[in-house]
Design a protein around this ligand. Structure first.
Ligand SMILES: *Cc1c(COP(=O)(O)O)cnc(C)c1O
Length: 463
């Protein structure tokens, strides 16, 4: 079977031939590859062609595809039953592991020779099945906790596809050149205030006007759904501080960054707020700067449908069955998904994150060099091991700047890479994802393909 035949057949029975719009090649053109298997850093399509994969299932595959220990854990769990609709000890183990990962213990972190005082980011975790559910629930919980309705969201950031969060929601919509989704009632869209990212004045203005009606600010720890955009230094801490000054919550969406850019998430790298007290002790994230709710997805399920939200006990215990905020899921905490997540997180040690960083650095530097050599104006935007190309010379720090780049250069670049056996995200508005399984052979296949792709990007003119 060819990819073209598979796509044609799919289009008869699946809208657009895809079950998630980002998989369609709408912005780069051509035929999506239909995959049949994946192993380590490679994916294989229906035609038997192998590609070095820089999509990694949009993030989860940090260890590479079909890691033998993860697959064994999944087999083992599956053999004991696919779903019970009742609690399992493994769910508690996963919650404990995540809560522990998000804590900083004395002596384990140092800054300028001083050790940091223990801080726990979250006390409790609720497992759900998708990132969309995690952020949707976080919003409902923030509203239930504060008794307020309004949500502040940044343009270009993606928090899943629930009604209130689809305005200016980054990659998927940007790729299709849609400002917002049809089918969202105006009354619901009107509860979300959308402002430019990295813009402190816009945040201050919105709180000056609506401060006592805002339940929460929701933000990606590092935006990576309009390509990678980095928060200006201190921006996340500023958001927490501003929210708290106004009796609102900060929801930190780490669905993409959590457990991918570090053993915890971007917040741990971001020095969210390292504060020096009068006695000289250093406190990572003083309570003022703590996010109140954190959402996870992607890596936490190791490739299976699993996501989560966590927060302080007083907030989390507003959730049913303890509190009045309802949330539920037939497959929540599914034993097979939990097994995949636990195995993945347990294997993701310092060596894995070291390898992810090294691979990201080698590849992103090589992209940078190839585009420079080809004379293409560009900036490589990086947040930890996530990166993407911006076809503009100065870093784009908000959605307007991201949309203003020479996005037309990406299609030819993408297809030159694909022809050379490298699978990139099919949109300039997506981050590239490396895995710890990208060995020298896989990396050199990427590096070898770059010069011709950069020349393809150079040769195209706007349509
Ligand atoms: C992917 C993503 C989501 C949505 O997760 P799904 O599992 O696709 O529903 C939410 N927030 C961010 C930051 C994401 O990257």
């Amino acid at each position: 079977m060819t990819n073209a035949a598979a796509f044609e057949q799919a289009r008869q029975v699946i809208p657009g031939g895809v079950n998630s719009p980002v998989r369609a090649f709408r912005s780069v053109g051509g035929t999506p590859r239909f995959l049949v298997s994946a192993r380590g850093p490679y994916v294989t399509d229906v035609e038997g062609r192998e590609y070095v994969d820089l999509v990694a299932s949009w993030g989860p595959a940090i260890l590479g595809h079909a890691h033998p220990e993860v697959v064994a854990a999944v087999h083992d769990a599956a053999s004991r039953g696919l779903s019970f609709g009742a609690s399992t000890p493994a769910e508690t183990e996963l919650a404990e592991l995540v809560i522990d990962r998000l804590s900083v213990t004395p002596g384990s972190h140092h800054l300028n020779g001083k050790s940091l005082v223990t801080t726990k980011l979250i006390d409790e975790l609720r497992l759900v099945s998708t990132g969309t559910e995690a952020t949707m629930t976080a919003i409902r919980l923030a509203r239930g906790f504060t008794g307020r309705d309004l949500i502040v969201k940044f343009s270009g950031l993606y928090h899943g596809h629930s009604d209130g969060l689809l305005a200016d929601a980054g990659s998927g919509l940007a790729t299709l050149a849609l400002p917002a989704s049809a089918g969202v009632p105006a009354a619901i869209a009107g509860q979300t205030i959308v402002i430019p990212y990295n813009d402190r004045d816009a945040v201050r203005a919105v709180f000056a006007e609506h401060g006592d009606r805002i339940a929460a600010i929701i933000t990606e720890a590092a935006p990576a759904n309009m390509g990678v955009v980095t928060p200006r230094p201190g921006f996340n801490a500023f958001l927490a501080d501003t929210a708290h000054d106004n009796g609102a919550l900060l929801i930190l969406d780490e669905v993409l960054t959590g457990f991918r850019v570090s053993a915890a998430g971007f917040w741990a790298q971001d020095a969210f707020a390292i504060r020096e007290e009068d006695d000289g002790s250093l406190h990572l994230i003083s309570p003022t700067y703590l996010p109140d709710l954190v959402t996870f997805g992607k890596v936490i399920g190791g490739g299976m449908p699993l996501a989560a939200l966590g927060g302080r006990r007083e907030i989390m215990e507003r959730l049913a069955p303890v509190g009045p905020v309802y949330q539920a899921g037939t497959l929540s905490g599914n034993p097979v998904a939990v097994a995949a997540g636990l195995a993945t997180l347990r294997l993701a040690d310092g060596n894995v994150y070291g390898r992810l960083n090294d691979v990201a650095e080698v590849i992103s530097d090589a992209v940078d060099d190839a585009l420079t050599a080809a004379g293409v104006p560009h900036f490589i935007s990086r947040a930890g091991n996530l990166f993407s190309i911006q076809f503009c010379e100065t870093p784009a720090l908000d959605y307007a700047a991201v949309l203003a780049q020479d996005a037309f250069r990406y299609g030819p670049f993408f297809h030159a890479m694909l022809d050379a056996g490298v699978s990139l995200p099919p949109s300039v508005f997506e981050a590239w994802f490396v895995t710890a399984a990208h060995d020298e052979d896989a990396v050199s296949r990427v590096l070898d393909a770059l010069p011709a792709a950069a020349r393809a990007a150079a040769s195209v003119s706007p349509v």
